[in-house]
Design a protein around this ligand. Structure first.
Ligand code: DGJ
Length: 728
């Protein structure tokens, strides 16, 4: 089995894929981390877990001498209050005002497979995974707080999945002030921190900074994971590149405010933590109540960032969520947003659908503006009733017109929101998150619904399902265009208001669970002003995300490349939009726009009726090519070949699981008056196979991966090329 426990029950060694993770119970009290890294047969915990006397590092009660301090112990789940001065994994408050928590080891249990988490999205295991979960119980007997740390491993995947469950077994309430999903003490500080920062229309840019003494962190205080920082961090060795070297990465399966940190202490130990953001968080646990943290996915790779990404992609494409669409090829979309914005009616939508006839496009998505009095973004969110002035025949007619043009039908919603100018708000002003005695801040002229309330959740589920039942809708784009401010619920007492951040997320997950399980056949796409909530929590319910509101092909090179560090191409949707582009006004060839989107979930977001005959031909070619290669999006392995954050070009490729097929996309940003000859070497092929490129020419797999091939000179800015290789 992948988890080995020593005979005395004090040493634990988790082996998973290419990684080992080990810790031991020290002094019968504390689980102390020994090793995480490349897989080994044995770990000598006694040698690896070291403590020594150090000034100003207090000794815990019951320990003789001065050589042991929690301040220097590599604790698996350090608590605040009793001598570890570093960042705690847990902090509680008891009615006497004390904030002390002395967690002592009680015992362990091994469970086959992977238990689900109550109310939270999480990875699952299948029988073939030979997965096993270690449950480690710690307890503060004085206050009656029990903490169960969970570690799941899949025999063949280089990942450790961690979470913590907390139980109040005492007689008094316990208030949680902090409860992280993971804490990990790595024995040195020789790392660079990799994370994904960004903004609306500029998501998931890659930042790499050397670790320094003190704490470096990324977080969201916005109530959603957000465009600003993704709940992903990786520590890599300074020499680690795409293909070689060690990486230790963590990703939180959560869609709300989070914190991820790396703290280097004065003894060169690096503490890594990730979980719900403790900022403005508290949670009251009455006697017998429990609290479940989200889970964190920890991936180790000794084959660089590509190796790390391959493990995340494999897990998220195969073990995250239950949508039947998870592993399936997805349809080619035409979305009317950038084609019409709010200015459409039944006739113009029919014309848009008709203009797609014969082009290979498969699904029409009606975006924002079909409901209430939504002729602009100032009103009507919450009023999920079809606008009869624009669409007199209702959604059925729109769907019928799409069907007659050979297209399935999809629809946009923004169900978490409420416009002050809406019938819903006029009926239930208290359903908006706001402090009743203060004016509230608007963002895109809207407020957020209080999903901590059951009646609000019921309203959202009923109104969305009513629409889904009213017409043949096979796709939903679920948008969310603002973050949480003035965080206060009319339904919570004053001392529990700081619970609202997390209660909102739990409420959202409840709504998503109910809607997606009632409509399993629907393909759900998540969106939050583009990729503002691109996290595994949302991916659990919705297997793809509109990666960015920036549809410019050249900006997308970075956005998609950065996103791919953690998330598979099957989760990114990318569309061809008009040139000049609406967000950055850049002019780009139709061909380039197609090739940049082609290795993601593909579609169009422009007025197809306005295309020239030549462009229509290009659409036909693009959709035909996409249909030939989209199985690779579902199950191919991604290799990043040229990094657009480093230079002037970009390349990535997908290789089929049997290595008999590969598709490569290369893009040049700016043209060069004296271009150098540059060879593109590929990855992941079978060195012993011969590959034919569909436009002619054969190469050995070894040749493509070592000599590579010389890139053609591309003249003009923003050019791209694609190669499609098949084994002979
Ligand atoms: C933001 C989304 O990201 C866009 O694609 C579009 O759906 C608009 N919202 C509609 O309001």
């Amino acid at each position: 089995m992948p988890i080995k426990v020593s005979k005395d029950g004090k040493q634990f060694h988790l082996q998973a894929g290419n990684t080992s993770y080990a810790f031991a119970i020290m002094h019968d009290r504390w689980p102390a981390h020994a090793y995480w890294g490349k897989r080994v047969n044995n770990v000598n915990c006694d040698d690896l877990i070291r403590t020594t006397e150090r000034g100003f590092c207090p000794t815990p009660h019951g320990i003789d001498g001065r050589a042991i301090s929690l301040d220097t112990l590599s604790h698996e789940y350090p608590a605040f209050g009793n001598s570890d001065f570093r960042s705690p994994a847990i902090q509680v408050k008891t009615p006497d005002g004390a904030r002390i928590c002395d967690l002592v080891y009680q015992g362990y249990e091994l469970v086959k497979g992977k238990p689900a988490l109550d109310g939270l999205p999480c990875l699952h295991a299948e029988d073939s995974d030979n997965a096993e979960t270690l449950l480690l119980t710690l307890k503060d007997t004085q206050i009656g707080l029990k903490v169960v740390l969970s570690y799941t491993v899949y025999a063949e995947k280089s990942a450790i999945i961690r979470s913590a469950a907390l139980y109040n077994e005492g007689g008094e309430p316990i208030t949680l002030l902090r409860a992280m999903s993971l804490s990990l003490d790595l024995p040195d500080k020789d790392f660079e921190l990799v994370h994904l920062y960004g903004a609306h229309v500029k998501e998931r840019q890659i930042a790499v900074t050397p670790l320094r003494y003190g704490t470096q962190s990324v977080e969201s205080r916005r109530g959603m994971s957000s465009h600003a920082h993704n709940p992903f961090i990786a520590l890599k060795r300074p020499h680690t590149n795409e293909d070689q070297g060690d990486v230790y990465a963590c990703n939180l399966v959560y869609s709300g405010s989070f914190l991820a940190l790396a703290e280097v202490d004065t003894y060169d130990v690096t503490r890594v933590q990730m979980g719900i953001n403790p900022f403005d968080f508290s949670w009251e646990m009455q006697p017998n109540a429990s609290f479940q943290t989200p889970e964190a996915v920890m991936v180790y790779s000794d084959s660089g960032l590509n190796g790390m990404s391959a493990t995340f992609h494999d897990l998220y494409r195969n073990r995250l969520g239950h949508s039947p669409w998870l592993k399936k090829e997805r349809p080619i979309v035409i979305n009317n947003w950038e084609a019409t914005y709010f200015s459409f009616d039944e006739t113009s939508l029919k014309a848009l659908c008709d203009s797609c006839t014969g082009l290979g496009i498969e699904l029409f998505v009606l975006d924002d503006g079909w409901f209430g009095k939504r002729n602009d973004d100032l009103r009507s969110l919450g009023d999920w009733v079809v606008n009869q002035e624009k669409l007199p025949g209702g959604l059925k007619t729109v769907a019928e017109n799409a069907k007659n043009a050979g297209l399935q039908f999809g629809l946009w919603f923004e169900p978490e929101m409420i416009s002050p100018d809406s019938d819903l708000y006029r009926a239930h002003p208290d359903w908006a998150i706001q402090v009743p005695t203060r004016p509230h801040s608007l963002s895109r002229m809207q407020c957020v619904l209080d999903l901590s309330r059951e009646e609000v959740r019921d309203y959202v589920v009923d109104s969305v399902c009513k629409i889904l039942d009213s017409a043949p809708i096979s796709y939903v784009k679920w948008d969310a265009n603002r973050h949480l401010t003035e965080v206060c619920s009319a339904a919570l007492p004053a001392h529990r208001q700081q619970e609202l951040w997390h209660r909102y997320v739990l409420g959202l997950y409840d709504v998503l669970e109910r809607i997606t399980s009632r409509h399993p056949e629907v393909l759900f796409e998540s969106c939050s002003g583009g990729g503002g909530r691109f996290d595994p929590g949302m991916l659990y319910y919705m297997p793809q995300v509109w990666a960015s509101d920036c549809s410019d092909a050249i900006e997308r090179l970075r956005i998609q490349y950065g996103t791919s560090l953690c998330y598979p191409v099957s989760s990114m949707s990318a569309h061809v939009s008009v040139s000049p582009n609406h967000q950055v006004h850049r002019q780009t060839d139709f061909d380039t726009r197609g090739l940049v989107a082609l290795l993601c979930q593909f579609g169009y977001e422009l007025n197809i009726g306005a295309l020239t005959d030549e462009e229509r031909e290009q659409v036909k070619q693009q959709t035909a090519l996409y249909k030939q290669t989209r199985h690779l999006i579902a199950d191919g392995t991604l290799y990043r070949l040229r990094n657009p954050f480093d230079g002037n070009d970009f390349a990535w490729m997908l290789v089929s699981p049997d290595k008999r097929e590969a598709v490569v996309v290369y893009a040049l940003v700016l043209s060069d008056p004296q271009p150098c000859f540059s060879r593109l070497t590929l990855r992941g092929l079978d060195p012993n196979l011969t590959y034919r490129e569909t436009n002619g020419g054969t190469w050995g797999g070894d040749e493509l991966m070592n000599t590579g091939f010389t890139l053609p000179f591309l003249f003009g800015d923003f050019k791209a090329r694609l190669w499609h290789f098949k084994a002979e």
